[in-house]
Design a protein around this ligand. Sequence first.
Ligand code: SF4
Length: 189
Amino acid sequence: MVELHPPLNVRRLVLHSCCAPCTTAIAECMVQNGLEPIIFFFNPNIHPKQEYEKRKQECTRYATQLGLTFIDADYDHAAWLSAVAGLEDEPERQGRCLRCFEVRLLAAAQFTQQQGLQVFTTTLAASRWKRLDQVQQAGQQAQETVPGVTFWSNNWRKGGLQERRNQLIAELGLYNQTYCGCEFSVRKK
Ligand code: SF4
């Protein structure tokens, strides 16, 4: 088992979840370490709505299986489109994706503060398709914007978690999406 050492030695924290596959090994590992993550599903980037519902449903299924609290956060795709306006034609892993992470992690930081908790992290960095440096930059920025919260900047691809992720997806028959999430990632894949 990978030993986890969250900031401030907290037990309860917020885990921003982008989808069930990326959440699997991280949430399991947290539970094995005696941590109590609240699964915060905030992904207004996902398009179309049916795809969003499908990913959310799978994530709910997994959180329930682990006995974790699942927060179904707001889905405002129009607001997300406004946030990335002007960046639509950027290739993946560039400016639009950084902005997308900033939007999602700011919401996670705000939720953490509202809950009276101190630490948040995200499953976004679990995928090898995402740039770890961009996720860390967005997390850091959210931490600086929202007083009293700390971003746990862990590399969730290490310690066998990537392999365990793939194993759990197969074992549980989880829906594994074929594109990142937004309409622009469908068009450009
Ligand atoms: S490609 Fe993925 S990370 Fe990038 S903007 Fe679209 S949904 Fe967000």
